[in-house]
Design a protein around this ligand. Structure first.
Ligand SMILES: [Zn+2]
Length: 320
């Protein structure tokens, strides 16, 4: 996209960034949470931190092209465990070369330079935490005092908001139910290296791994294929899909017992499978959650890909 920003004057927009494993999205966002303009580029995760930060700066320059606008702040949601108080990556999967230890906030500040107003805050958090903040600000969790947002796609991520604020925890892990020990997953290895965690069976990759472990058709290569095979009546696919979804419901019951959130919001690609996933997931939650938690609403997210950008922007505006 090109053209002028129109009404905005200097310091009236923030840059929101969503750094994912395959693509990086960035948007200019005004004080009313309106995404004025969005740009996307491939994330050069394997090339190291400098390449990832350079992509962010390139997107910012494209978004501001032809404008004298300066950024009032920057909000970033990124893959990996993040120390949100310093804007530094604590740990990450191998997809991102040398990402752990990267001072993202400092590097982005240096890369954006004169595009920032003086003392513009740069707020970095985990991408699912940003997603949770987005759904809380304007989406399925709006108005809830506390919410657990769980993203189920290739992995399982989560963000926890209590009293309207993101809860990070002592080790930046609060809410991450992907690594809850989960019955029925002991034969599957989690990306963290351990066996039996929720992500190992409940993620899209986990669902497919479970399908293969049950002797499923090797020509089915991913969770989408498992869902299609299940819809065609393949008994192994039906079992794998149902048990993968039930593992999520069981873990949500456990998480709800600790956190007692007002709402639970589920996002990501796997829930889009539809009733074949939601029905066993909700049944498992109902089977395992104590009576007082049975009425906890478990809702689909509504903002989709915009949620992390909206949450990142909200965090930047709050810091200004
Ligand atoms: Zn794990």
């Amino acid at each position: 996209m090109s053209g002028r920003l129109g009404h905005a004057s200097s310091g009236e927009v923030v840059l929101a960034v969503d750094i994912g494993g395959t693509k990086t999205s960035a948007a200019l966002v005004d004080r009313d949470d309106v995404l004025l303009r969005t740009e996307t580029a491939p994330t050069r995760a394997a090339e190291g931190p400098a390449a990832v930060v350079s992509t962010v700066a390139g997107l910012a320059r494209r978004l501001l092209d032809g404008s004298r606008e300066r950024l009032a702040g920057v909000g970033i949601g990124t893959a990996g465990v993040v120390n949100a108080s310093t804007g530094t990556i604590v740990s990450a999967t191998d997809t991102f070369s040398d990402w752990p230890g990267t001072p993202v906030a400092r590097l982005v500040r240096e890369a954006l330079g004169e595009l920032l107003v003086p003392d513009a805050p740069i707020v970095v958090q985990n991408d699912v935490d940003a997603h949770a903040e987005g759904e809380h600000r304007r989406g399925a969790a709006a108005g809830a005092a506390s919410v657990l947002v769980v993203a189920i796609g290739t992995g399982v991520g989560a963000g926890l908001i209590v009293d309207g604020r993101a809860v990070r925890g002592a080790h930046h892990i609060a809410g991450e139910i992907g690594h809850l020990p989960t019955p029925g997953a002991a034969h599957l290895r989690c990306p963290c290296g351990r066996r039996g965690h929720l992500e190992a069976i409940g993620s899209g990759i986990g669902m497919h791994a479970h399908f293969r472990s049950l002797g499923g058709d090797p020509l089915v290569v991913d969770a989408r294929g498992v869902a299609a095979a299940a819809a065609d009546g393949d008994p192994i696919a039906i079992r794998a899909l149902s048990e993968s979804a039930a593992a999520v419901g069981r873990a949500l019951a456990g998480a709800a017992t600790i956190l007692d959130p007002e709402r639970i919001v589920i996002t990501g690609g796997v829930p889009k499978i539809g009733d074949a996933w939601w029905t066993p997931m909700l049944r498992a939650f109902a089977d395992d959650a104590i009576d007082a938690l049975q009425s906890t609403p478990i809702l689909p997210g509504v903002l989709g890909d915009d949620a992390p950008l909206r949450g990142a922007a909200a965090a930047a505006w709050r810091a200004i």
